[in-house]
Design a protein around this ligand. Structure first.
Ligand SMILES: [Zn+2]
Length: 268
C-alpha cells in the first residue's frame, strides 16, 4: 500500500478547478488552501465528501468537530442516546447545558455553529440489522465510534457489502486502536476477529473506565484518516493496526492482512 490511494471523491472533481468557494470559505480554509500538497482541489473533495459517524460519543465528538472544521460537506450522525453528566469528561461536543438533550441534536447545533457550510444529517436511532443499509447508503466513508461489539460486527459486514471504507477506532482504559477497514486489498474487522467474543468476556468502558483524553487522541487520528481517504493525500492506515498506550505514550503498529477465508470479505 505504498502508492497513493485514489481519492474516494475523484468522481466529481474537475482537475485544476478552484472550486466554487465563497469568500468566507476561502478565508476559513486558508491554511488548507495554501498547503501545496492540499490546496483547492483537496478542499473541494472535502466539500463534496459525505461521512457517516456511528456514535456521537467519546470518539464521534472529536472526529465530528475536526471534520466540520476542516470543511467536510456532509456529516451524518447516528446515535440514540441523550447527553449525561458522566459524558462530559471526554465528549467535548457537549456542555453542561446539553444534559438531557438528544446527542445528535446537541451535536448538530455545535457543528453548525462551528461551520455553517457543513450539512449535518442526524439519524436519532439505534443502528440495527433492519436500518443499517438504508442509513449507510449515499455516504463515502464510515467512521466507527461505537462502544459495543455487536454493532461493530453489524457495521463491518454492512460496509463490506456496500463497498464502504470504514475508519475504525476503539478505546479501553488507557489503550486505544485505530485502523482503516474495507479498502480494496485491505482487511475487514472480521479478518482480525472472525467471531464476536462471548458477552461475559466483552470489556465495557462504563464499568472499566477510560482516560478522558484517550478518545480525543484516537478520534483525531480517525479524523486524519478520513480526510486522507476523502482527498487521496498521504498513505492511509490500511493493513496496519495502530495501538496507543496513553500511560507510556507509546505506539505499536501491527501488520494485518486480508484473510482469504474471511466469512465476509473473503473469496468464498
Ligand atoms: Zn474480512
Amino acid at each position: 500500500m505504498e502508492e497513493h490511494v485514489k481519492s474516494i471523491c475523484d468522481k466529481d472533481v474537475v482537475a485544476g478547478s478552484d472550486g466554487p468557494f465563497s469568500n468566507d470559505e476561502n478565508w476559513r480554509y486558508r491554511r488548507h488552501l495554501t498547503l501545496p500538497e492540499f490546496g483547492p482541489e483537496a478542499q473541494q473533495k472535502l466539500k463534496r465528501g459525505r461521512v457517516l459517524l456511528i456514535g456521537a460519543g467519546g470518539l464521534g465528538a472529536p472526529v465530528s468537530i475536526y471534520l466540520a472544521a476542516a470543511g467536510v460537506g456532509t456529516i451524518g450522525l447516528v446515535d440514540f442516546d441523550t447527553v449525561d453528566l458522566s459524558n462530559l469528561q471526554r465528549q467535548i461536543l457537549y456542555t453542561t447545558q446539553d444534559i438531557g438533550r438528544p446527542k445528535v441534536q446537541a451535536a448538530r447545533d455545535h457543528l453548525q455553529a462551528l461551520n455553517p457550510h457543513v450539512e449535518v444529517q442526524v439519524h436519532e436511532t439505534r443502528l440495527g440489522r433492519k436500518n443499517v443499509a438504508s442509513i449507510l447508503e449515499g455516504y463515502d466513508v464510515v467512521v466507527d465510534g461505537t462502544d459495543n461489539i455487536p454493532t461493530r460486527y453489524l457495521l463491518n459486514d454492512a460496509c463490506v457489502q456496500l463497498g464502504l471504507p470504514q475508519v475504525h477506532g476503539s478505546v479501553f482504559r488507557f489503550e486505544g486502536r485505530v485502523t482503516v477497514f474495507g479498502m480494496p486489498q485491505g482487511p475487514c474487522y472480521r479478518c482480525l476477529f472472525p467471531d464476536p467474543p462471548p458477552a461475559e468476556l466483552t470489556p465495557d468502558c462504563t464499568e472499566e473506565g477510560v482516560l478522558g483524553v484517550l478518545p480525543g487522541l484516537i478520534g483525531l487520528m480517525q479524523a486524519n484518516e478520513t480526510i486522507k481517504l476523502l482527498t487521496g493525500i498521504g498513505r492511509p492506515l490500511v493493513g496496519r493496526l495502530l495501538m496507543c498506550d496513553a500511560l507510556s505514550l507509546t505506539f505499536r503498529e501491527l501488520q494485518v492482512a486480508r484473510d482469504p477465508k474471511c466469512p465476509v470479505c473473503g473469496k468464498a
